[in-house]
Design a binder for this molecule. Structure first.
Ligand SMILES: [Zn+2]
Ligand SMILES: [Zn+2]
Length: 368
């Protein structure tokens, strides 16, 4: 500012001759007449869900569980952001905060309010030095139950997940594996909103679960389908009219596991096989007559083969001797010696080794 140009001027309000001037006012009077235009948030409601600990400030949710900072730091950060977002000042500004938020007092009913002090420093006019302004924001602490938790408590769910076998029950191994798979997937969604399973049942029919959202149910269903080479179908059903009058539709995601499962004993083309693996298009089976492994069209096997699991009597054997293509096998339950062909014995077996197998229609079969 050029000193000479200021000469002979004085403030229109206080008469001071000390420049600089703007609109014929000295700095002090100008600042008084033109306070900074900004929005000072004077209070903020901080709702804390007493069930999950999530925060709601100005209608926006903040999950707290998956954050590394403590609740104190999260409240501070979210409140500061809300204050800054509202300031709406034309000039750029610097800020700092002080507050009295204390972790140990947050969940204490006795303390219902904290305070944040905000100091703003800005320089909107070239001519004048910086403006400085402070204001106080009250944080009103409220305990509430967030929407997710109240939905969970009221038993809200949008979808049913079903896992069934095609014309059969699930095997114990399948039940265990699928349960494990669901558990693993749910761990990935631990911190997601509205992700829960209300009711998980394993019974004769298979697996049935009430799942919070359609998205989650479909994600789980697809995962199981891919893992088992099953088929996924979705059914939409009209459920009920909820308390607030809205119609709630429940989707059912049904995964049907393949008709034949790994380990099944099936009869196909008049011999017995053990199922090794089932993919979308093929079934891999091992012949119990020759122990040759074949991949066969799945649809073909499903339409022509029959399951024999329920008719077999499990039995243990020992390979006693091999001579050319002839073997002697001993049944371990009654020490009966059986003459058989070498190709009917699993290929990796040596003399003296035990073999697991079964008896069906008075004929012995050797699996492994
Ligand atoms: Zn003045
Ligand atoms: Zn909650």
């Amino acid at each position: 500012m050029n000193i000479i140009s200021q000469r002979g001027r004085f403030c229109a309000v206080c008469g001071s001759a000390g420049g600089p001037f703007l609109d014929n006012l000295c700095e002090k009077c100008y600042k008084k007449e033109n306070p900074l235009e900004m929005k000072k948030v004077d209070s903020l409601k901080v709702e804390i869900c007493s069930t999950c600990g999530s925060l709601r400030i100005l209608g926006a949710h903040t999950d707290t569980q998956n954050r590394e900072e403590g609740l104190e730091e999260v409240i501070r950060e979210v409140a500061r952001r809300a204050i800054l977002e509202n300031i709406d000042l034309d000039s750029t500004f610097q800020y700092d905060f002080t507050d009295n938020i204390e972790e140990s007092k947050i969940m204490n009913y006795g303390v219902k309010e904290f305070e944040i002090n905000t100091r703003i420093v800005t320089k909107p006019y070239e001519e004048f030095s910086e403006f400085e302004e402070e204001f106080r924001t009250r944080l009103k602490m409220l305990r509430s139950i967030c929407d997710d938790c109240s939905k969970y408590k009221s038993g809200y769910f949008e979808a049913i997940l079903q896992v069934r076998g095609d014309n059969r029950k699930l095997t114990e191994k399948e039940e265990e594996e699928i349960e494990q798979q669901i558990e693993n997937k749910m761990k990935q969604y631990e911190d997601a909103r509205l992700a829960y399973i209300l009711d998980f049942e394993v019974d004769q029919d298979g697996i049935t679960a009430q799942v919070s959202t359609k998205f989650l149910a479909e994600t789980l269903a697809r995962e199981i389908k891919n893992f088992t080479s099953g088929k996924l179908t979705t059914a939409y059903e009209h459920k009920t009219t909820s308390k607030d009058g809205a119609e709630v539709y429940t989707n059912t995601y049904l995964v049907k596991l393949p008709e034949f499962a790994k380990g099944d004993i099936v009869e196909y083309e008049r011999i017995l096989w053990v199922v090794k693996n089932v993919s979308d298009a093929l079934i891999k089976m091992e012949s119990l007559e020759t122990h040759e492994i074949k991949k066969i069209d799945r649809k073909r096997v499903e339409s022509q083969a029959s399951r024999r699991n329920n008719e077999i009597i499990e039995r243990e054997y020992m390979l006693v001797s091999v001579e050319g293509q002839t073997v002697i096998i001993m049944a371990m339950d009654n020490y009966e010696n059986i003459d058989d062909n070498l190709e009917r014995v699993p290929r990796n077996k040596g003399v003296g080794e035990n073999i697991k197998g079964f008896l069906i229609e008075e004929k012995n079969y050797y699996i492994e």
